[in-house]
Design a protein around this ligand. Structure first.
Ligand SMILES: Cc1ncc(COP(=O)(O)O)c(C=O)c1O
Length: 383
């Protein structure tokens, strides 16, 4: 086995979840998904596709009608994007891996803004690239970007910059001015930007979506933007995503998809198409429900003594710490599960920069669950 694989860390979120096995009363907020089931129209489209017998291989890049629908969906949020820049993938995480395979190989330098969902930094490491971590900086519970430090770290030898905003787990988002500065710098150094924008519609700021690199870049910039049906379409289990590539890169990506998954399943793509058809109503409605959940949870956390937490502008996580209690986040998360039936993700799962923090996914159909969780945390903090 290659060393890069042998040294892959196990999931610390799973480690906490395993500590709760056998406890039926655990309120689990540890995974990054809503407890809402996929909308009926989307499930029906998949069932109809299967009933029609759509059980065969499909085009590497995705169904033409899905790619066209994705191009119009993108064009409604950002400047127009041609279908010749869209590839459908079997999940967001697969899109990230494909983009990384296209851009960064053994010995290449990759810079990542962290803390971040661990898959983003594990993927280049699996391929043998060297990953340099640039930490976001917490100030009074809110995570901020040290732009100067980031730009000083990205140089002419940097192949790729990994940016996830809105960020999992911190809720940090990029401002338009920061995006502009990063894009201009990467143009100068010849660095690719791999932008993970899967949370762009779970956005509580102005406008329908978080600031995207697509708003600024032109079609020839070294930019790949990754998206997913998982979060804003409530489709985590379906494994469907897509990416926007620069002009001229689609054929190569098609070949790469052939050697990875060959294509996304047709009935899953039909489901995605149905999701896009209703997106104008379902996605903003979901963001509103999530906003109510965010406010309920953040208000509740801020009312607890000793808790430091910011109010995220995007994403579906409250990221908080309780100095003196949660300093060893893995141990404290295990304690919350076994002692109080509260399931949270330890900050350490997202890198050492997030040690001492805890992540709480607030995406819930039933906000009263958040109140129950808050009561359990309050009880834990009183002890
Ligand atoms: C930041 C980020 N990117 C990408 C993904 C991948 O989503 P999926 O593979 O379900 O499409 C996730 C899922 O949690 C995520 O948090």
């Amino acid at each position: 086995m290659r060393d890069a694989i042998r040294s892959l860390p196990g999931s610390r979120i799973r480690e906490v979840a395993n500590a709760g096995i056998g406890r039926a009363d655990v309120l689990a907020f540890w995974f990054g998904e809503s407890d809402e089931v996929t909308p009926e129209a989307v499930r029906a489209a998949a069932a109809q596709s299967l009933a029609r017998g759509e059980t065969f291989y499909a085009h590497n890049l995705g169904l033409a009608e899905l790619r066209e629908a994705l191009a119009s969906y993108t064009g409604e949020l950002h400047p127009p994007v041609g279908v010749d820049r869209i590839a459908v993938t079997s999940s967001g995480v697969s899109a990230l891996m494909l983009a990384t395979q296209m851009l960064a190989g053994a010995g290449d330098d990759v810079v990542a803004l962290v803390p971040v969902w661990p898959n983003l930094t594990a993927q280049p490491a699996i391929l043998g690239a060297r990953v340099t971590r640039v930490p976001l900086v917490p100030k009074d519970g809110v995570w901020t970007l040290d732009l100067e430090r980031l730009l000083a770290t990205v140089g002419p030898t940097t192949r790729m910059l990994l940016v996830n905003a809105p960020n999992n787990p911190t809720g940090w988002t990029l401002t338009r001015a920061q995006q502009q500065a990063i894009l201009e710098h990467c143009r100068r150094t010849g660095t690719w930007i791999l932008a993970d924008e899967v949370y762009e519609r779970i956005w509580f700021g102005d406008g329908p979506a978080a600031p995207s690199f697509l708003d600024l870049a032109d079609e020839r910039d070294r930019l790949i933007v990754v998206h997913s049906f998982s979060k804003s379409f409530l489709m985590t289990g379906w494994r469907l995503g897509w990416m926007v590539l620069p002009t001229g890169h689609l054929d190569a990506m098609g070949k790469l998809i052939e050697f990875n998954t060959s294509c996304a399943p047709v009935f899953v793509q039909r489901a995605g198409l149905a999701g896009l058809r209703d997106a104008a109503t379902t996605v903003p409605a979901l963001a509103l429900r999530m906003k109510a959940c965010r406010d309920r949870l953040v208000d509740g956390l801020q009312a607890l003594p000793g808790v430091q937490v910011g109010r995220p502008l995007g994403g579906m996580y409250a990221f908080f710490r309780v100095p003196g209690r949660s300093d060893d986040s893995l141990a404290y998360a295990k304690h919350l599960v076994t002692g109080h039936g509260l399931g949270l993700a330890p900050g350490a799962a997202f890198g050492e920069e997030a040690e001492g923090w805890l992540r709480w996914c607030f995406a819930s159909r039933d906000p009263a669950r958040l109140d129950q969780g808050l009561a359990r945390l309050a009880q834990a903090l009183q002890l």
